[in-house]
Design a protein around this ligand. Structure first.
Ligand code: ACO
Length: 438
């Protein structure tokens, strides 16, 4: 493992927090302050000094690491990658540039971006053996299951993904994953609809190439719509990182055992799949479609949510207690895209009506529940032509640079294996009873 040389030290803080325990013990704990003045009580010495541990199921109050990558202020609705506001990146940058920024910490020069794009292009093909592995999946196999399995399997065909012998190998391993995840996603879609896989076209940009692999057919001409390509790039930028969310924490946790990069991000794909995390984008569009098809009123749906018969999917967030800035950008982007492509989608109106109803209702206001990144994203994806069961795969393509950046940061920090403790609540010691006597 490398030295932790390029990871910034947080402000050395002279303040301490004093902890008094019920058995009379007392301990001064150092306070760690981040560059945005976030304060943490550093409990590193707690157990060794006192025998106590902290208990924080679901980690709502736990800082699991120090990180230079992404800053969120959930109270103010701020999100920045490496210091750059998400609004500026979404408007001015490209997904490949943002991927570079997240992983290497600075916006690339023209030459650096060209080199990185070339590396992505050189690594966009799948090994033919891996391509054949798609045959083993049934056509109705869930794309997220296929994605995580194929990312893991890719390490069998590209051993350099498994064995990083030094930091020099990292850029290629990172480029392989960012590039191939897109090819795997498109191949699995083609397989699911019974069409031949389309090989990547090296002349196309990252996003246009993905659309080409998804929607072109061998006997027809296909030009990705520039509006669709731009919307896709923006979608991927907005999903590219979000500090210590469930899937990223999973990647860091798996990586802490010194598991290789592809195994770690394959685990991230599995964590992302759940409807409380990345799977919410599918759940939102299903919810909007259900409301549209059944003709249920928005008011009735909100009442059902308040009676806890269902959740308002795409609402609420562990960190944001204000607007998720990504949702604001995506709401506008959805309207713009439908307009430019000449598509009418009643579900956008339903989503807006739901948002309005929720934001004026005490149930949501008192709990500080606002639309999150998933609330409007599905309308954009459907308008581009992405089927609903691929939505979470799209999230995974976007999140790949973030996962890689976090895995790499943790690799350089060379910390200990992540291994939380617990408070045991099962039976106390008892004697084994032979089966005949039970
Ligand atoms: N609809 C209705 N009520 C909600 C919602 C919702 N979407 N979200 C939270 N609440 C309520 C909870 O029932 C709870 O109420 P209570 O205190 O009366 O019991 C309160 O708000 C706090 O919610 P928690 O579930 O404790 O919040 P937590 O931080 O654990 O969960 C989460 C956050 C998972 C995002 C939650 O808001 C949720 O389930 N939202 C819907 C799923 C979703 O959109 N997920 C995507 C998140 S963004 C992402 O991962 C990309």
């Amino acid at each position: 493992m490398a030295d932790a040389t390029d990871v910034k030290s947080p402000e050395t803080e002279t303040r301490t927090a004093n902890l008094s325990l019920p058995d009379g013990q007392s301990l001064d704990l150092p306070v760690t302050v981040g560059v945005e003045n976030e304060c943490a009580v550093n409990v590193g010495a707690l157990r060794s000094e006192t025998g106590y541990i902290t208990l924080d199921p679901s980690y709502g109050n736990t800082g699991s690491c120090q990180s230079d990558i992404t800053f969120i202020d959930g109270e103010k609705g701020i999100l920045r990658y490496r210091g750059y506001p998400i609004e500026q990146l979404a408007q001015k940058s490209s997904f490949t540039e943002v991927a570079y920024l997240l992983i290497w910490g600075e916006l690339p020069t023209k030459q650096q971006l060209e080199n990185f794009s070339m590396l992505l292009t050189e690594n966009e093909m799948l090994h033919e053996g891996l391509r054949n592995a798609f045959e083993g999946f049934p056509p109705y196999g869930h794309p997220m299951a296929i994605l995580s399995a194929m990312i893991n399997a890719s390490a069998c065909y590209h051993p350099d993904l498994m064995e990083m012998s030094g930091e020099d190998d990292f850029p290629i391993a990172a480029a392989k994953l960012i590039s191939k995840v897109r090819t795997i996603a498109a191949f699995s879609y083609k397989k699911s609809i019974g069409q031949p896989a389309r090989y990547p076209n090296p002349a196309l940009s990252y996003c246009a190439n993905f659309l080409h692999m998804m929607f072109s057919i061998p006997y027809g001409r296909y030009e990705p719509e520039p509006e669709a390509t731009k919307a896709l790039s923006q979608f991927l930028i907005l999903h590219a990182d979000h500090e210590q969310n469930c899937s990223t924490s999973t990647v860091r946790m798996v990586g802490s055992s010194q598991a290789n990069l592809s195994a770690s991000v394959a685990a991230g794909v599995c964590a992302l799949w759940g409807p409380l995390h990345g799977g919410a984008n599918m759940a939102v569009i299903e919810m909007l479609t259900r409301i549209q098809e059944t003709g249920m009123s928005v008011k009735d749906y909100v009442e059902k949510v308040k009676k806890r018969e269902m959740k308002l999917m795409g609402f609420g967030h562990r960190v944001y207690k204000n607007f998720d800035p990504r949702a604001k950008i995506l709401q506008k982007a959805a309207a713009d895209l439908l307009d430019k492509l000449g598509i009418t989608d009643r579900r956008l109106e339903i989503a807006r009506e739901l948002e309005e109803a929720a934001l004026t209702d005490d149930y949501f206001v008192s709990r500080k529940l606002y639309p999150n990144v998933d609330f409007y994203s599905g309308i954009i994806l459907n308008a581009i032509g992405i089927p609903t069961n691929m939505f979470t795969v799209m999230f995974a393509i976007g999140r790949m640079p973030g996962w890689i950046a976090h895995w790499y940061e943790a690799y350089k920090q060379a910390g200990r294996i992540c291994r939380p403790r617990q408070i045991y609540t099962g039976p106390t010691e008892r004697q084994y009873v032979p089966i005949a006597e039970r």
